[in-house]
Write a protein that binds this ligand. Structure first.
Ligand code: JHZ
Length: 398
């Protein structure tokens, strides 16, 4: 077991058992050929990085029927609008060039319409890339890696901003990603990305951030160490509320931009909370085991009281909760979701039927498991009418 970046030995610290593809919502006829792998996590001491030990190949996950659309949350649409205007103000001028890695349905890049900026989205899943193209956004349907990027000769050393959100942790070969960034980025250019934050995951015991697509759970310590190997500085960090607690990282070529005090401040905080050592991993493992025990106790109690339970939002994260805790239709009758591509299918591994939101409103359960706990404000606002008549639960505090 070796670190995907340093090739040093890594310390496995927890297994979640047999896992299917997190976004592999499945038709009944395909149950028998469902793919599983052992989902374990390890810690690379040299770069303080939490990473998956085994995972499916990127093409198994980011295929032409990828069922996650960034625009499925109003809160995220607003977040990306603000993110875009922050980037424009801080790092761009009238004619700057920008590339987004994993541009999905174009939710972020649409904010650059009606500007003179040259923007390009790079997105491997054809179905979502098509939506972005329909919005008039220039989109390259490819994985962002050095092999594909070096073909963009016209943009060599010309791009002022390369960015991504909830996507860099999806890329197993970070070396190739950074080589691609090195090829495209201008001398003073910046690479900005935001991802679920290890510190928030530890704090909330939100172990459902770990699934096949999330190969790495980054922290300020790990990002600083990874990029310094390749001649880049971590110049700023900004905590975000999105996805249950994320961190925005800003990286640039060595000694080209001033390093903000926020970096050393966050590093100190991480040291204090054992986020940069195996100690943090081991206490997280204990908290996960306790969380699983408590959740099963709670669900068994509801069932003994004859209560009905349904899931709200068939998130990728729910695949980890359901498979790790072994929760199937004996507990949860159905999960309702707004995504057309998921409705009518079954949850990966545990085969709970995925239904529409109308089905939920016509079959109001006694208890709703909020799998999209990260969107709770948006959802509770929308479900005001049901907020107090249903008992809402989750494995994290909601
Ligand atoms: P949401 C995905 O994770 C996958 P998921 C990915 N790997 C990642 O990193 C994050 O996003 C960013 C439904 N929903 O955003 C729609 C409702 O039904 O927590 C979607 O199916 N009603 C790229 O899947 C799902 O939730 C609602 O009101 O864990 C999206 O869940 C809302 C707001 C969402 O991401």
């Amino acid at each position: 077991m070796h670190c995907k970046i340093t090739n040093n030995k890594i310390k496995p610290f927890m297994t979640f058992g047999r896992m299917p593809i997190a976004n592999g919502f499945i038709n009944k006829k395909d149950f028998k050929k469902e793919y599983f792998y052992e989902m374990s996590v390890g810690f690379s001491k040299k770069i303080s990085l939490v990473q998956l030990i085994n995972h499916p190949k990127p093409k198994q996950m980011f295929n032409n029927n990828y069922p996650f659309f960034t625009g499925s949350s109003k809160g995220m649409i607003l977040h990306f609008k603000k993110y875009a205007s922050w980037i424009k103000k801080r790092y761009m001028s009238e004619y700057s060039k920008l590339i987004e890695i994993g541009s999905n349905d174009g939710t972020f890049l649409t904010n650059f319409k009606n500007t003179k900026n040259e923007v390009l989205g790079i997105e491997p899943s054809l179905n979502v890339a098509k939506i972005s193209k329909k919005k008039g956004i220039k989109t390259l349907n490819k994985f962002f890696n050095y092999k594909n990027v070096k073909r963009l000769k016209r943009l060599k050393s010309k791009v002022d901003v390369i960015c991504g959100a909830n996507v860099i942790c999806h890329i197993p070969d970070l070396k190739s990603l950074i080589k691609g960034i090195d090829f495209l980025l201008s001398k003073k250019g910046v690479f900005i990305f935001e991802e679920p934050y290890l510190g928030s995951m530890y704090k909330k015991t939100s172990y459902d951030q770990i699934y096949d697509e999330h190969i790495y759970i980054f922290s300020v310590s790990s990002v600083k160490k990874i990029f310094s190997i390749y001649g880049f500085d971590l110049i700023d960090v900004l905590p975000q509320n999105t996805h249950g607690g994320s961190m925005r990282y800003i990286v640039s070529r060595k000694n080209q931009n001033k390093v903000s005090k926020r970096v050393s401040h966050q590093l100190k905080k991480e040291k204090l909370n054992n986020i940069d050592t195996i100690k943090g991993c081991l206490s997280f493992k204990k908290k996960c085991e306790l969380s699983k025990k408590n959740l099963l106790k709670k669900l068994n109690l509801f069932k003994s009281q004859g209560k009905t339970i349904a899931g709200y939002a068939a998130t990728s994260k729910s695949t980890t909760v359901l498979n790790y805790c072994k929760i199937g239709t004996e507990f949860i009758d159905f999960i309702s979701d707004t995504t057309k591509d998921k409705i009518g299918k079954y949850s990966p591994g545990t085969h709970i039927p995925i239904k529409s939101m109308n089905f939920f409103y016509n079959n109001i359960p006694d208890v709703a498991y909020l799998f999209a706990w990260n969107h709770r404000e948006e959802i509770f606002k929308k479900e005001k009418r049901l907020k107090n008549s249903i008992q809402w639960i989750s494995h994290v505090k909601i």
